[in-house]
Design a protein around this ligand. Structure first.
Ligand code: UD1
Ligand code: UDP
Length: 372
């Protein structure tokens, strides 16, 4: 009998990091791979599924405009429970720290189904930062049976919490995804991006969406962007804006129509990775971009008060700059004004693996079940 592995995910970053693993599982003899998406993100999830050619077996389709954490949680716990009862997987795989991940792990636990946690062991040790992700990942670790830690530091964080059995260091599957996305001769599908990369001055690729940054921190971020535009007339921003209305409204209001700022809809991951490969630097509060920019040798300035990815900071390609207008503007200015400071950050460093994380995870799953 093949081992039935059901991968559950629902947001853009989970999909980008789980699709390479889903493809590996599907190609592995002795494994039956099933995919259940929650649809926590609708458009952004579908965009990724299309790029990787992954068709879900089940789709809970839970997304609502301005959804609450409670509605995501209840929808996923109930929905995943029903799918598990019907499909009877041997193991459910969840990814990272979203509410889909935690609730799917809880749904699997309620049906006494094993849980494998991909991207396990990232921590800030601050319950409210990032919110709710830090607690989502801590709780997922309590529920999981197998833990796939990207780095040795992540495995050590789990050990410090008493999680020592079935912890495997695998690298991060996001590096696997690069094998299908970045190409040196890439031609952008979007005409505005084709034009943006022709620009001869500095180009900042930025994103911002974190819940703890909604409200005044996001307004501070927008003010920093405006300040930088007035300091550097040749500077351009490419800013794919998250569809959350709590992000979209202030960003459109404060930055819309500015000739140096290209506000666009979320890019598909191929366009995004290739834009990252061409930009001068990355300005973001995203988790995933902190892993991707170092791989591509791009400085990444992190608009948060702390990070669960200190490996990128230690490697020299990431800096945590906070969410105050002046601090953000000063950090970007420093890189634009000082070529030595820029060069010191702009080197390809990859603390997150060699692009074979999916193969390792699949191997550990087979080994685990063969020993049962
Ligand atoms: C979620 C995750 C966060 C992750 C982020 C990645 C939780 C609690 N948060 O946050 O960890 O970093 O995804 O992007 O799990 N929306 C759309 N279309 C989409 C996606 C979102 O319209 O394709 C809108 C909806 O109005 C939705 C809102 O965005 O209600 C917020 O989405 P939600 O998943 O709740 O939060 P994110 O900030 O995206
Ligand atoms: N990303 C994308 N298109 C965009 C913005 C981001 O494909 O317009 C990708 C990005 O390259 C990374 C992932 O989405 O792989 C990060 O997702 P996000 O920032 O939404 O979430 P986080 O990593 O913060 O949880």
């Amino acid at each position: 009998m093949p081992i039935k592995v059901m991968s559950v995910f629902g947001t853009r970053p989970e999909a980008i990091k789980m699709c390479p693993l889903v493809r590996e599982l599907a190609a592995t003899p002795g494994v039956e791979s099933l995919v259940c998406v929650t649809g926590q993100h609708r458009q952004m999830l579908d965009q990724v599924l299309e790029v990787f050619g992954v068709t879900p077996d089940d789709d809970l389709n839970i997304m609502k405009a301005r959804q609450t954490l409670a509605s995501i949680t209840t929808g996923v716990v109930e929905g995943v429970g029903e799918v598990i009862a019907r499909r009877k997987p041997d193991i459910v795989l969840v990814h990272g720290d979203t509410t889909t991940s935690f609730a799917a792990a809880l749904g699997a636990f309620y049906t006494q189904t094993r849980v494998g946690h991909v991207e396990a062991g990232l921590r800030t040790h601050n319950k409210y930062s990032p919110f709710p992700e830090e607690m989502n990942r801590v709780l997922t670790s309590r529920l999981a049976d197998l833990h796939f830690a990207p780095t040795a530091r992540n495995a050590a964080a789990l050990a410090a919490e008493g999680v020592r059995d079935h912890v495997y260091i695998t690298g991060n599957t996001v590096i696997d995804a690069f094998a299908t996305t970045v190409r040196p001769d890439y031609r952008f599908a979007s005409p505005v991006l084709r034009e943006a990369v022709q620009h001869t001055g500095p180009l900042v690729l930025m994103t911002a969406h974190r819940r703890e940054n909604l409200g005044s921190p996001l307004e501070n971020i927008c003010r920093a962007v405006l300040e930088l535009c007035s300091r550097y007339p040749a500077l351009r921003f490419v800013y794919p804006v998250h569809p959350n209305p709590a992000v979209r409204e202030p960003v459109q209001r404060m930055l819309g129509g500015h000739r140096q700022i290209l506000l666009i809809d979320p890019l598909d991951v191929v366009e995004m990775h290739n834009m990252m490969a061409r930009c001068t630097l990355v300005l973001t509060d995203s988790g995933g971009l902190q892993e991707e920019a170092p791989h591509l040798g791009k400085p990444v300035l992190v608009m948060r008060t702390e990070t669960e990815r200190p490996e990128a900071v230690e490697a020299g390609t990431a800096r945590v700059v906070g969410v105050e207008t002046e601090a953000i503007a000063a950090a970007v200015s420093h890189l634009l004004d000082d070529p030595a400071a820029y060069r010191a950050m702009a080197h390809a460093q990859n603390p997150y693996g060699d692009g074979h994380a999916s193969r390792r995870i699949t191997g550990h799953i087979l080994e685990y079940f063969n020993q049962q």
